[in-house]
Write a protein that binds this ligand. Sequence first.
Ligand code: FPP
Ligand code: MG
Ligand code: MG
Length: 323
Amino acid sequence: GQLAGESADTVRRQLDLVETRLLEASRGRTALVSEKSGHIISAGGKRFRPLLVLLASHFGAPAAEIDEDRLIDAAVVVELTHVASLYHDDVMDEAELRRGAPSANSRWGNLQAILIGDLLFARASSVVSALGTEYVKIQADTFARLVHGQLAETVGPADGGDPLAHYLQVVSDKTASLIATSARFGAMVSGASAAVVEALTEFGEVIGTAFQLSDDIIDVTSDTTGKVPGIDLREGIPTLPTLLLGDAAEDLELRAMIAEDLSEDAKLAEVLQRLRAHPVIDKARAEVARRADQARALLEPLPPGDSRDALFALCDQVVTRTS
Ligand code: FPP
Ligand code: MG
Ligand code: MG
């Protein structure tokens, strides 16, 4: 990242604290439950949300005046919520792999995976209670947005509705909401001004949308995500690359293939190969870049320095990441 010297050391140390507390908070009553509830956390992950909490805390009170326990708690809350939702998401998506490891549902079945997700969500609620009712309300509202996003994805657009607009609403709710909350929590814990809290929340919403759009492109283009590629295609869930297909003959042909039953591996591989070679991928990438630019613009009013540069660097990473 962009952070230099002491500041970078602090963020690294705080991320280590987040790691320890995450495992503590996810622990179950028995070793067997703990193995399951620590499964996704132990598999690693980018810790994008905790990092955003930490970086967003650099725009309020000086570091020495920030209550670090509260900051770490805030980072743990958003990551636990995220991980909880992944247990449920993998059940809904019938996903076999997550972060390069067999998903919880494939190891222990859907019923246990759902209950482990519930346990982690309960733990997130417990941790957030220490931060105060203002945080509890934001967390609850964010959770509701996750659920609405996931429901809307499942149900699909209304008859005559615009599928792209529907998709973008889903992305905003199921992903950007929690990333916006991550930035908001960091800013709040640091006692930042209302204007800074709003700017960082809006930044989180926009970069969070870009993050999910790039995730959906990578689902098509990459074989090294630690997930099975083409899951959305197989499940018949339209995402940015397929939604941007036009009406040219080649596009219509590809659309027809996408609409077919892709449960057979060879069939899915063929569609993936065609889509990867199609100019729509560049079009989708341009859409991610455009949003990253929007996110950068939202940072302009913040005080310049290493911390703002680190957020700019996050924007770059969302555009350039390949897994
Ligand atoms: C991943 O999307 C899924 C989400 C970002 C949100 C999932 C939300 C829920 C299941 C509802 C909330 C539940 C709890 C317990 C908080 P994806 O399937 O596109 O991403 P992937 O490629 O990582 O699987
Ligand atoms: Mg999924
Ligand atoms: Mg999903």
